[in-house]
Structures are given as structure tokens and as C-alpha cells.
Design a protein around this ligand. Structure first.
Ligand code: BGC
Length: 615
């Protein structure tokens, strides 16, 4: 559990045909409008009591449901696993699937038998489950500038999610981070709204497919609406950092920068959206009717439902009941109330009885949720809502890993390549590998990997570190040696040093200083002191201030947080593929340059947006 302070199978032929042609993927027709399910949704609504309706609007965390009969007692419509909320039997594919089935079975004990939507943060693959393929975080996908690839990545993610029964991913994150000191920078494709707009739609299509009713489709959730990436440094409740802070811009700017991803996500039929914890000019987005109802639902024509962020409603007003009223009346349809679900349910019922929340608002919220459930085939009585375990055959499979490997190699941005040190020769006599992240899958994957914050070390089975990938790529005669601190390189033909950030998520990654750590600077210097060409690979959730590392390195590759498939890096290092990633964030020269954008005074990035060398 997160600390409170932050706050039926498609035939193989169909799957094969899908992978066969990227062209076909992108040419897919837009999904059926959700409102076409209104007749069924309204007929069901007409049979529901107020308690049953409020139940549909409630999402507890599985970990907090101590007595599973609460599911039928409160007619719970949705459940989540927040970061690190694993099955109590442990973290395995079977335990996750059993958990989903167990909870789903409880809904059959209710009068109307409306199944639950189970939500999880599948933000770079099905990243909570041991053995899942972990894809590059969005910052890397943004550097690929490849919409068909992004769609393919989310299609594979959807398939791994469905293998556990789960039908809802809290993704894609379509934030447009404007200040790389933010700990969620890596969750955004780009600082450039045009890039986010271009990739948001394909990401949604990857999750939802062309038909939400397909057993391989997963409900997408574009997040965090709106302006989560535009907060001012120091504007948070704690007075530090950026996460969950205040975005201080006029409406034209808010729309120009932060609305763009939602325009393409909604056009693509994104059926859920998560409002942000953050505020816009001092008002919490999760309680702002203009943003939630007028712009998103009325102007953009969003027909799906809004799910509040984890305990986000609590931040709207010190009085919980007042906060609930403000949020629901502003247009929130379902509340992520991990532990406080009983209180939320009782308060919302009272608010309706007191006339503070109109029945029409409740009905609108429930119709929006039921539309999605009908569209997903969840109310088709002929169809089992239990997990389809035959999908587990491809969970973490070589085919899925191949897609991630492609995403890794296309995401790499070559920043420097002096004297054409890259590509390396597979026949080099000896390669000395160094750096704390060369043999550290956890650092390679970053936050939101198995644990909410991620962790250094052997975070999940089945992945390939850079060291392992180099050993595999080189000729039989090449010797590969390794030392974390880069010492012992004398006599080697060349050195590869893998450095960067250690895992973090959300506000825990807010930083005032983005200098590369001293141990990393030292590892590069140690390697260089052997007098050999040095290639630096940087794992980071954002551009970093490179300092002497840039001078000492002969080649520098920004690899972002690439995930489990380290062979995508050696594909490029050894020249099997040319580097083609383009920066999706400008690379600052110094901290003074951070949060500056084209047109700002003194804007002079070290490497501009779109920069990226090739061989
Ligand atoms: C994050 C969301 C996430 C949710 C559920 C929140 O802390 O802001 O991005 O979807 O938790 O885990």
C-alpha cells in the first residue's frame, strides 16, 4: 500500500495477423461510440437502487478489503491494485490471476451481478507482475517518434494484462512535463505537446484495440488530466518540488500544452480518464467543473468515465464529505478510494439524500460506467468474466520480448560519437564494462517496476542487463570483464560504462539538482584513466547534467529507462541497427537551463528537442 502522504480467446490467426502488418494497425477504424450502448445502460440503471448505483462509483484497493463480502454488501463496481498492492499469496502470475478471479466471483453473489472492472498501473508493460515484459517508460517511447510501435507495445501490454484477467490499465500517461525536475517526467512521452498528441491515440488503440469487446482489449485510462506536468517548482502542499502542485498558466496555455494528448485520446475512444492530483491556478483539478465537465465531457465529447486518482478527493477539502460533493458535482464518475471506501459510500449517499449531489449526476456517472461495461462485453451473460488462462502461454514470451527489444533500440538517443567509436566491433579483444547499472535490471527498469518505487537489483526474472547482453553479442574470442567502479580497465580494447539514476516514482523523484552522481562521474573517470575509448550509457528518467562525463566519454547514449530487454542496447552498440531516437525533451547545459522553453530568455539547450545522431 502506498503511504497516505502521496496521497474466450481470439484465435492465434488474429494475433498473427495483427503482428504481420504495422500498416494494418494504424489504418484501423475508430472504435464504436460508447453512447451506442446507452439503451442497455439505461435499462439496467432503471433497475438499480441508490446503493447499487453508488457501488458502481466506488473503487477500493484489493489490499484494503479485509472482508471480501464487502464486495456484495456495497455492490462494489471496481477494484484496483495500487503500486505494491500484491496478492497476499505472493507475486506470481497464478496468484494475480487467482486474486482477480476470487474478487470477480463475489460479484455473482449480488442481485444484478454486475462484474467489477479491475484496474492496475500497467504503465510500461504489466509491470507489477513478476516475469512480465517490462517496456521502456514513455520518455523512451517518445524518442522513437514511432506511433505504430507505440501501438504494438500497448497491444502486447494489453495481452499480458488480460492474461491475469485484469481488464483496465491506468495508462497511457499523456502528461506534457515542462520541468524535468519532476519525478514523473519519464511517464510523459515528451515536453512537446505535438509529440504527445501524435502518440496518445496509438497508445489508446494499442490497449483498447478496435473493439473494446475483444477478449484481448484492455480499457485505457489517459492520465492525469490536466496540467500535471505544468506545476511550478515549490507549489506543492509540502512547499517543495513539483508533484501534485499548482499549474499557473492561463486557459489558452493550458489548452495549447496540456490538452493535446486528450484530444487524440478521446478521438481514439479512450473510455476512461484520470483527473490529476494537481491544481490549476490554485483550484484542485479533481474538483473543477469547468475542466472535467465543460471542457472534457461537453466540448471534447468524452463519453467514458472519470476515475479519481488515489485518495485525490481527500485533497479537495479538509472535510471529506464536502470534498466528495465537490468532486462528484464537478463531474467525477468513479472514486479511487483505496481504504476509505465505506466512509465515501456513506457520505455520498447522504449527499444525495440531502440534495447536494443531484440524482441526475449519479445517473450520468453510472450510465458512463455501465456504457463501458456493456461495450467491453462484461454484461454479456453468455461470456465468462473469469480470467482466460490460455493467454498465459504468451506472458513474458520471446515474441513479446522482441517487441520490447525493438522499442529499446528505437528509443536510444546517441548524443555524442567522437571519432566514430560506435558502432563497436563484436570481435574486439577485450571489453571492460563498468558502472553501477551495467548489471542492474532494477536500475534499467526504473520506478513502477514490481514495486511502486521500483528497486535496484534483480527486480524481476527473465530480463537481460547490458552486461549480459554484451556477453551474448560479442564473438567467442572476445573477453568481457566487469567492475562496478570502472577500475581494472587497463589493457582493454575499450570500455562501456552504464550509469544513471536509481529507481523512484512520483514525488519521490522530484529533484532540485540533476547532476550525475559522483560515483558515476568516478566510474567514467576510472575507465578513462586506462587510456581507452569509453562509451557511456545513461539510464535516467530525464536528461541529466552530464558535467565532465560528457567530456571524458567518447560516445554517450541516452537509454532512458529501457526495461527488461537490454539486448536492444547492444543491437545498436554493435551496429546491427543504426541509432534513430530523437530527443523528446531538450537537454539542458546546466540547472539554470531547466524548465526553459523555446522563446524564453537565455534558452540555449546543450542538445535541442529532436536531436539525435546516427552512424
Ligand atoms: C498515481 C496514478 C496511479 C494511481 C494508482 C497514483 O498515486 O498518481 O498515476 O494510477 O496512484 O496506483
Amino acid at each position: 500500500m502506498k503511504p497516505f502522504r502521496y496521497v474466450a480467446v481470439l484465435g492465434l490467426a488474429a494475433v498473427g495477423a495483427y503482428f504481420a502488418s504495422q500498416q494494418m494497425i494504424s489504418a484501423a477504424p475508430p472504435a464504436k461510440p460508447l453512447s451506442s450502448f446507452d439503451p442497455q445502460a439505461k435499462a439496467l440503471l432503471a433497475q438499480m437502487t441508490l446503493d447499487e448505483k453508488i457501488g458502481q462509483m466506488t473503487q477500493p484497493d484489493q489490499e484494503s478489503i479485509k472482508d471480501l463480502s464487502d464486495i456484495e454488501r456495497y455492490f462494489v463496481g471496481s477494484i484496483l491494485s495500487g503500486g505494491s498492492s500484491d496478492p497476499k499469496e505472493g507475486n506470481s502470475l497464478q496468484a494475480w490471476t487467482d486474486l482477480y478471479d476470487r474478487l470477480q466471483q463475489h460479484t455473482t453473489l449480488t442481485r444484478l451481478k454486475i462484474p467489477i472492472l479491475y484496474g492496475i498501473d500497467a504503465v510500461h508493460g504489466h509491470n507489477n507482475i513478476l516475469g512480465a515484459v517490462i517496456f521502456p517508460h514513455n520518455i523512451g517511447l517518445g524518442c522513437t517518434r514511432n506511433p505504430a510501435l507505440v501501438e504494438k507495445v500497448e497491444r502486447v501490454t494489453a495481452e499480458e494484462v488480460r492474461a491475469t484477467g485484469i481488464q483496465w490499465a491506468f495508462a497511457p500517461c499523456v502528461t506534457v512535463p515542462q520541468d524535468i525536475r519532476w519525478g514523473r517526467t519519464y511517464e510523459g512521452f515528451s515536453e512537446d505537446p505535438a509529440v504527445v498528441k501524435e502518440l496518445a491515440g496509438p497508445a489508446v488503440r494499442g490497449f483498447q484495440g478496435t473493439d473494446l469487446a475483444s477478449p484481448l482489449s484492455v480499457l485505457a485510462c489517459a492520465k492525469h488530466y490536466i496540467g500535471d506536468g505544468g506545476t511550478s517548482f515549490g507549489s506543492t502542499r509540502r512547499g517543495q518540488g513539483l508533484d501534485q502542485g499548482d499549474t499557473r498558466v492561463d486557459e489558452a496555455t493550458l489548452r495549447r500544452i496540456h490538452l493535446q494528448g486528450y484530444i487524440s485520446a478521446v478521438r481514439e475512444g479512450a473510455a476512461s480518464i484520470m483527473p490529476s492530483y494537481s491544481s490549476w491556478n490554485g483550484v484542485k483539478v479533481s474538483g473543477d467543473k469547468h475542466l472535467l465537465t465543460e471542457i472534457l465531457k461537453q466540448e471534447l465529447g468524452f463519453q467514458g468515465f472519470l476515475i479519481s486518482d488515489y485518495n485525490a478527493i481527500d485533497q479537495i477539502n479538509p472535510n471529506y464529505k464536502t470534498a466528495i460533493g465537490i468532486s462528484i458535482n464537478a463531474g467525477m464518475d468513479m472514486a479511487m478510494v483505496p481504504a476509505r471506501y465505506k466512509e465515501y459510500i456513506a457520505d455520498l449517499k447522504q449527499l444525495v439524500e440531502e440534495g447536494v449531489v443531484p440524482m441526475a449526476r449519479i445517473d450520468d456517472a453510472v450510465v458512463r460506467i455501465l456504457r463501458v461495461k456493456f461495450a467491453m462485453g462484461m454484461l454479456d451473460t453468455k461470456r465468462s468474466q473469469l480470467a482466460d488462462r490460455t493467454l498465459q502461454k504468451s506472458f513474458g514470451s520471446p515474441e513479446h520480448r522482441a517487441v520490447a527489444r525493438q522499442a529499446v533500440r528505437e528509443s536510444l538517443v546517441l548524443l555524442k560519437n567522437q571519432n566514430k567509436v560506435l558502432p563497436l566491433k563484436k570481435t574486439a579483444a577485450r571489453i571492460h564494462v563498468g558502472g553501477k547499472s551495467a548489471d542492474d535490471l532494477g536500475n534499467q527498469c526504473g520506478g513502477w517496476t514490481i514495486d511502486w518505487q521500483g528497486k535496484s537489483g534483480e527486480v524481476t526474472p527473465g530480463g537481460t542487463t547490458v552486461l549480459a547482453a554484451i556477453k551474448k553479442a560479442v564473438s567467442g574470442k572476445t573477453e568481457v570483464t566487469f567492475s562496478k567502479d570502472g577500475t581494472g580497465a587497463a589493457g582493454a580494447t575499450l570500455g562501456v560504462v552504464v550509469i544513471g539514476e536509481k529507481p523512484y516514482a512520483e514525488g519521490n523523484g522530484d529533484r532540485a539538482d540533476l547532476k550525475v552522481a559522483q560515483e558515476d562521474v568516478d566510474a567514467v573517470a576510472n575507465m578513462k584513466s586506462a587510456g581507452i575509448p569509453v562509451v557511456v550509457i545513461l539510464f535516467s528518467g530525464r536528461p541529466m547534467i552530464l558535467g565532465t562525463v560528457l567530456d571524458q566519454a567518447d560516445a554517450v547514449v541516452a537509454a532512458w529507462l529501457p526495461g527488461t530487454e537490454g539486448a536492444g542496447i547492444t543491437d545498436v552498440l554493435f551496429g546491427d541497427f543504426k541509432p534513430k531516437g530523437k530527443l523528446s525533451y531538450a537537454w539542458p547545459r546546466s540547472m539554470e537551463q531547466v524548465a526553459k522553453h523555446p522563446g524564453d530568455k537565455d534558452y540555449a539547450p546543450l542538445f535541442p528537442l529532436g536531436y539525435g545522431l546516427t552512424f
